[in-house]
Design a protein around this ligand. Structure first.
Ligand SMILES: Nc1ncnc2c1ncn2[C@@H]1O[C@H](COP(=O)(O)OP(=O)(O)OP(=O)(O)O)[C@@H](O)[C@H]1O
Ligand SMILES: [Mg+2]
Length: 338
């Protein structure tokens, strides 16, 4: 069960990528991939992070583990009495944090080195974190393989000798080998077919319970995230536009964007049947997002608003806030939520 103890506190996080032009490769603009994200993550929870392709989910995950550098804001990691400021770590602290926060990527083909056996790929992080003898490393890796429902002796096989589902399980074992506290799963099951997806999700759930982990589960597939997440955050153009407990978000989405995303999932639940809302156009270019509420040009609700209301959506950027006053916060950034 998730606790009320914060493990990660993200404040106004911005990650921009420079767009270079011309012979001199001067910076002409910036892709605002993550543009002011505030997010608190509680120890032991699974936080689902969803949104259309290109809205900044992976960049947010990579910013947390410092694979890309943020340009502004703050990420605080709490461990017991200690707090680490992830954007200002000493080399010592950096090594410690790399152990505590791990990421599992989508593509198991590219995340395992084809030239190494499983043992070869998994032993490096163990060496780095001080597991000195080969026998100890073999024992730990064997145990991990068993934890992801594989056989110990498979550590001597190469990546091409495994199926996609097995490779993804090896990817999970690798993330777990240094005993992390937080695991970021970035589309970790998206490349797998549906039956294998269910197995890997089940496995992730069991591992989480056994080890008391905290997950950030990134996916564009809203039907996957509902069942495994305690809370869900919806991203649009680098910002979080809605954040609530999973049940509340799926039952009563408040942002027109979330509503449109949910209306696109085929559901068997008759209570929840809603008409499909088709979003027009693509996600706008994050180099120059629309003014005011960045979603207004595609917003299905915008058309039915009065002229002064439209002016507000076009001119004023909405803040992520709680308007429901329920026991559990349901945050939404929309001037006219449902
Ligand atoms: N290294 C980079 N350099 C320049 N732009 C980048 C880089 N990485 C990501 N972007 C841009 O940042 C934006 C967000 O990308 P990101 O990969 O975070 O999206 P995403 O939500 O994970 O999408 P998907 O669901 O397709 O994985 C996109 O516009 C993308 O083109
Ligand atoms: Mg991504």
């Amino acid at each position: 069960m998730p606790s009320q103890e914060k493990i990660l506190h993200i404040n106004g996080l911005k990650t921009y990528f420079p767009v270079r032009k011309g012979l001199l490769r001067t910076v002409a603009a910036h892709v605002k991939a993550v543009d002011g994200v505030d997010l608190e993550i509680y120890r032991g929870e699974t936080l689902g992070l969803v949104g259309e392709s290109g809205c900044g989910k992976t960049t947010l995950g990579k910013s947390i583990i410092q694979l890309v550098g943020a340009v502004g804001g703050q990420i605080l990691y709490h461990e017991g009495e200690q707090t680490f400021d992830l954007l200002n770590l000493s080399p010592e602290e950096f090594k410690h944090i790399r152990q505590k926060i791990q990421i599992v990527f989508q593509d198991p083909h590219s995340s395992l080195n084809p030239a190494f056996t499983v043992f070869g790929s998994l032993q490096d992080p163990l060496k780095l974190y001080g597991v000195k003898t080969k026998a100890e490393r073999r024992k730990i890796i064997g145990d991990l393989l068993e934890a992801v429902n594989m056989r110990r002796e498979q550590m001597d096989n190469y990546p091409h000798e495994f199926s996609g589902g097995q490779r993804q399980r090896i990817g999970i074992a690798r993330a777990l080998c240094v005993n992390p506290e937080i695991v970021i799963c970035d589309e970790a099951v998206s490349a797998l077919d549906v039956s294998i997806q269910a197995q890997v999700l089940q496995l992730l759930q069991e591992i989480k319970e056994a080890r008391g982990l905290t997950y950030i589960f990134i996916t564009h597939d809203l039907s996957v995230v509902e069942y495994i997440s305690d809370r869900v955050a919806v991203m649009y153009l680098g910002k979080i536009v809605e954040l609530a407990e999973s049940e509340a978000l799926y039952r009563t989405p408040r942002h027109p964007y979330t509503q449109a995303l949910l209306s696109a999932i085929p559901i068997a639940d008759l209570d929840r049947k809603s008409d499909r809302i088709v979003l027009e156009g693509d996600v706008p270019n994050p180099v120059s997002p629309p003014s005011g509420c960045a979603f207004h040009p595609r917003c299905p609700k915008f058309k039915s608003l009065s002229e002064p209301e439209k002016q507000r959506c076009m001119g004023e950027s909405p803040q992520l806030s709680d308007a429901t006053q329920l026991t559990q916060p349901h945050l939404v950034s929309c001037h006219y939520p449902n």
